[in-house]
Design a protein around this ligand. Structure first.
Ligand code: ADP
Length: 196
């Protein structure tokens, strides 16, 4: 399997690139943000609880997202692999992902980080809020999401760095330019890193 963690701050374009990567390599795209928004839209108990947290720009508890991920792994275990988008967002989630994949004799192949400066993120997210009406894309929540990212989520890159699985890609440019950079990293990585 090819299992890619696509990593980056809110507004870095992970979602867009994840869809393109999933198509190119025939992978299952798992976005915890999308899974949570679908719970919210269906007004499930979990969704009602999650909405408050998401609107504040905080992280939904680890157990909840890990539970959602395990369900997806079981459903798609016969596939060619996964793109994880917006997950793991804490080191605890990264550890649990490792354990869950091990149950299927699988592992994370690599983690790709999209680098985008904060001013650019703010601009993009405010614009997205105006266009899509996502209730967490307002300036106050956006600032908190970026703070939460820096405090709780950046450590996930150190976790993968220690395992020599971390790669950073410049996230400024057109969608196609950034996609090419990512593909180059995936193909280089596969060639030079045999499974442990
Ligand atoms: P963005 O990357 O723009 O913040 P997402 O759709 O990935 O958008 O996430 C939206 C919100 O959903 C987050 O701010 C958070 O509240 C919640 N969320 C998504 N993924 C996770 C996760 N892995 N762990 C905890 N909360 C999450």
């Amino acid at each position: 399997m090819l299992n890619i963690v696509l990593f980056g701050p809110p507004g870095s374009g992970k979602g867009t690139q994840a869809v393109k990567l999933a198509k190119k390599y025939n992978l299952v795209h798992i976005s915890t943000g999308d899974l949570l928004r679908s719970e919210v839209a269906n007004q499930t108990k979990l969704g009602l609880e999650a909405k408050k947290i998401m609107d504040a720009g905080e992280l939904v508890p680890d157990e909840i997202v890990i539970g959602m991920i395990k369900k997806q792994l079981e459903e798609h275990k016969a596939g060619k692999g996964f793109i994880f988008d917006g997950f793991p967002r804490t080191v605890e989630q990264a550890r649990e992902l490792r354990k869950a994949l091990t149950d299927y004799d699988e592992r994370v192949t690599m983690e790709i980080s999209l680098d985008v400066p904060r001013e650019e993120l703010l601009k993009r997210l405010v614009k997205r809020g105006e266009e899509s009406g996502r209730s967490d894309d307002n300036e106050e929540t956006i600032n908190n999401r970026i703070d939460v990212y820096e405090r709780q989520t950046i450590p996930v890159t150190y976790y993968y760095e220690k395992m020599h699985k971390h790669v950073a890609v410049d996230g400024i440019g057109t969608i196609e330019q950034i996609f090419k950079r990512i593909v180059k990293e995936v193909e280089g990585f596969e060639k030079y890193h045999q499974p442990e």
